[in-house]
Design a protein around this ligand. Sequence first.
Ligand code: GLY
Length: 560
Amino acid sequence: MAEVMKKLLSSLAIVICFSTTQADSSKPPGWAVASAHPLATEAAYWIAAQGGNAFDAAVAVSAALSVAEPMSSGIGGGGFWLLHRAKDGYETMVDGRERAPLKAHKDMYLDEDGEVVPQASLDGALAAAIPGEPAALAHIAHKYGRLDLSISLTPAIKIAANGFTVGPRFQSLTDFRKSSFNNKARRLFLDGDQVPDVGAIIRQTELASTLEEIAKHGHQGFYAGWVASTLVSEVTTAGGIWTQRDLSAYQIVERTPVRGVYRDAKFVSAALPSSGGIVLSQMLNMLQAVEAWNQERMSQLHITVEAMRRAYRDRALYLGDADFISVNQAKLLSVEYARQRISSLTDQATDSESLTKLDDKTAEGENTSHFSIIDDQGNRVGATLSINYPFGSGFVSAGTGVVLNNEMDDFVSKPGTANVYGLVGGKANAIQPGKRPLSSMSPTFVETEDFVAVLGTPGGSRIITMVLLALLELVDNHQRDVQKVVNLPRFHHQYLPDHITYESDAFDQRTTSALRARGHKLMVRERPYGDMQAVLWNLRRNELSAASDRRGEGSARVWQ
Ligand code: GLY
């Protein structure tokens, strides 16, 4: 049954293209949308029919995902919305990342001996940072949208009230996290104490009321009034440290995105507190410094892994919320620095420990959600949203139906100790009151004279290397079939743990042997990872296409 459902759902994730008779590429010939859930993609379609633009659609899709994909993102979490406004080319990143509560402190997840308390930053109300998504949606609707927020939230409110249908992905992630659910989460997402059957309907009436409150009162509908007081009371009763001051103080920040050039492509990606844009730029600068595309395939793979290793090492050492720490971004983004970092390359794998020793614990797990939109005016949105781990902290607030994130785990609980993604870090990403945890979420635009693409994916620490591989496929391999780009088999290195993780179809036996001969350690992942959503505007043919990852249950749609 699960297989049948999976096939049915994945058949929705197809590329749909069309072209106009004349190739006038000053404006796209329609809309292209790809998201991780068919109901969210349909919400964008509905918004277009109401006269909305890509920014209204981004609000509608984000809110719909928060209801129909409660394991991945939500109004109890945060995200980054990368915007391109067609009329003046203005580009910005709306930073709706969660913030640490004001009572948070750097040792809050350590025991008396200074050791990390297992699961403390992952499960329950103490793991939750102050959500940013409601503030971001109100801001985007008000500043960039054409429609009232209440219209853009309509599809999400309907989905919450009428329910969404359980699919295999919901089932498997519910099974994975159900032992951490609080009572409210169990009542909402389980059938008794069992995972619901495929086809079961999940209704979230309290969440519908919370969304209605945001529809009526905008930002204040979440951060003040009965929603805020219920959240604070629920969190503190369950051992968390939120106060009304935390909610009243939450503000989104518009940040200048990271920009770079790779060969003939310009790219735009997420700024701090996401590490995405900086790490992506560093990897691309290193590949460019040695003209990796001119090498034979094995050397290309080897160099790509070495670029990943070096960039993730810098992530661990230097990156954090730049509102709190000083980050020498100009240096990290410079071509000269990349040249110097890759100059230690040999034909053998570099030992990560020789770059700087940090702990090497590993862990599994990924979640988060991404969507990509281009509208008929050429406005673009790439947004990656998260509550961190599947179902966030596993804590649903009764009365509001909000699933709380566990984004506090993206901080470093103890320098050198790995988080749930196996990522290590140091002081730069230590917990401080009001600070935003370092993220890997990387919504990205890529542009050449031939095409414009919007892409991104969930996948924890592996997000940035997935975006890198997709970008290389577009630019180095001139791939214009966006479905092939999102379906590409993947590999990843993140400095520590010191091994290449790869999907089983990424490398054949000859490749794994050749990589081992160069000293690389390899770890195959039997389960695929990521859920990339991408749209592409082919400027030469004035054609749009959209693709949703074969690994997920999303849908892609193009219309005029
Ligand atoms: N919570 C995953 C990330 O922000 O990278």
